[in-house]
Design a protein around this ligand. Structure first.
Ligand code: NAD
Length: 352
C-alpha cells in the first residue's frame, strides 16, 4: 500500500557526466550571467583559477577563502570581493565548504549559483545553509539558498583523497539513512535513499582499491546526488543533530564526524525505525548499526571521535547541547542514552 504523503520537489538543474565541466560556460550563459566570481578553498585555488580561465571574460575573479562550517566572517570578505568585482553569479567549485560560502552569499544578495560539486557531501542540491558565528552553528532553509545549476563531473573527483572519499561517501549515506525514517518521507525520497546507499555501498570499496576508477567515481557521485536530494527534501533527526553540534561547537571535521557517528546513531534508532530501515538492512548483513560499523572499518574510515581531537571532557557538554532544543527522532530523545552513545563513538567501540 502507498502511504499518504505530501511532497515539494526542489527545482534546480543537474548536468552529470565525465567531462561535464566543459558545460560550465553554457550553464553560466543559460542563467543570463556574464560576470562570475569563482569560489574555492585555499588548497584548490590553482584549479579554481584554471576554471576561471576557461570561462574567459565571463569570469571576473576567484575568491579562494572558503572554509569548513561557513564562518560569517569569511562570507563578509567574499561579499566585498563579489561587490568589488560587480559579479552577477557565483561558481562554487568544490565540496560542502565552498558550496556553503556560495549559499551564504546567495542568502544575502540572491545571486545565482552554479555548483561544480567535487565531494559527496550533497549540499549542492539542498536549500539548507549552516553558518557558524561565535562557535554556534545555525541552520536555515530557504528556496533562495538552493543552487540554480549543478555540474557533476566524476573526472574532477579522481584526485579526491581516499580517506576524504570514504568519509564523504559515508556522510552521503547518512542523509539517506535518516531520510528513510523521516516523518515527512515519501515514495520518491525512499527510492532515492535506497538507490543512493546501494550505489555508494558498491562504489566505495572500488575507490579504496583504485582511486582513479572512473566507473566507481561516477557511481559514487550518482549516489551522493541521490542522497543529497533526500537531505534537501525531507527532515533529518538525531544523527544530523549530533554531527551539527560536534561540528559547530567543537570544530570537528564534517565528513569524518558523520562517518564515525553513523553506525552509532543508526543502532540507536534501529528498533524504533525497524520497518522504515528494512529496505537497507539486508545490504549490511541484517544488523544495520554493526553492519555499517564493519563496512566503515573495512574501508579504513575513522572510527573514534577521540582521533578527531575531541576531548573526553567535552562529551557531557556535547550531550547537553544535543538535547537542548527538542526535535523529532524515531526514538524519544534521552540525554543519558545519547551520552553513552557519544562515549562509545569517542572510544571507537562498535555500536550497542
Ligand atoms: P570540504 O568542502 O571542506 O572539502 C574538504 C577538503 O577537500 C577541502 O580542503 C577541499 O578543498 C578538498 N577537496 C574537495 N574536493 C576535492 C577534490 N575533488 N580533489 C581534491 N581535494 C578536494 O568538505 P565537505 O565534507 O564536502 O563539506 C563540509 C561542509 O559542508 C561543512 O561545513 C558542512 O556543514 C557542509 N554541508 C552542508 C550541507 C547542506 O546541505 N547545507 C550538506 C553537507 C555538508
Amino acid at each position: 500500500m502507498v502511504e499518504t504523503f505530501a511532497l515539494t520537489l526542489n527545482p534546480g538543474r543537474v548536468v552529470f557526466g565525465r567531462g561535464a565541466v566543459s558545460q560550465l560556460p553554457a550553464e553560466v550563459a543559460r542563467l543570463r550571467c556574464k560576470r562570475a566570481l569563482v569560489l574555492s578553498t585555499p588548497s584548490r585555488k590553482a584549479d579554481a583559477e584554471r576554471l576561471a580561465g576557461q570561462l574567459g571574460e565571463a569570469a571576473v575573479g576567484v575568491f579562494a577563502g572558503a572554509t569548513m562550517h561557513t564562518p560569517v566572517s569569511v562570507t563578509e570578505r567574499a561579499l566585498v570581493a563579489y561587490e568589488g568585482e560587480r559579479a552577477d553569479c557565483v561558481v562554487s567549485f568544490g565540496g560542502g565548504s565552498t558550496i556553503g560560502l556560495g549559499k551564504a552569499i546567495a542568502w544575502r544578495n540572491d545571486t545565482s549559483q552554479i555548483v561544480i560539486a567535487t565531494t559527496y557531501a550533497g549540499s549542492e542540491v539542498t536549500p539548507i545553509l549552516g553558518e557558524t558565528e561565535e562557535s554556534l552553528k545555525t541552520t536555515r532553509r530557504d528556496p533562495r539558498i538552493l543552487p540554480e545549476a549543478v555540474i557533476y563531473d566524476p573526472d574532477l573527483t579522481l584526485g579526491l583523497p581516499v580517506d576524504m572519499s570514504v568519509s564523504s561517501g559515508l556522510n552521503a549515506m547518512a542523509h539517506a539513512v535518516e531520510g528513510l525514517y523521516a516523518q515527512d518521507r515519501n515514495p520518491i525520497s525512499t527510492w532515492q535513499a535506497v538507490e543512493g546507499i546501494r550505489a555508494l555501498k558498491q562504489a566505495l570499496p572500488c575507490i579504496v582499491e583504485n582511486p582513479v576508477d572512473g566507473e566507481a567515481r561516477s557511481l559514487a557521485l550518482y549516489g551522493s546526488w541521490l542522497c543529497g536530494t533526500v537531505l534537501g527534501t525531507v527532515g533529518m533527526a538525531l544523527h544530523h543533530k549530533l554531527c551539527h553540534t560536534l561540528g559547530g561547537s567543537f570544530d570537528l571535521p564534517h565528513a569524518a564526524t558523520h562517518a564515525i557517528l553513523l553506525p552509532h546513531s543508526v543502532a540507536h534508532n534501529a528498533s524504533a525505525a525497524a520497518e522504515a530501515l528494512k529496505p537497507i538492512a539486508n545490504l549490511f548483513g541484517g544488523s544495520l548499526g554493526g553492519g555499517l560499523h564493519d563496512f566503515a572499518a573495512s574501508l579504513g574510515a575513522p572510527l573514534a571521535l577521540r582521533d578527531l581531537g575531541l576531548a573526553e571532557s567535552d562529551l557531557d557538554c556535547a550531550a547537553d547541547l544535543a538535547v537542548r532544543n527538542p526535535y523529532w527522532n524515531p526514538r524519544p530523545i534521552d540525554r543519558d542514552a545519547i551520552r553513552s552513545l557519544l562515549q562509545r563513538a569517542w572510544e571507537g567501540k562498535p555500536p550497542q
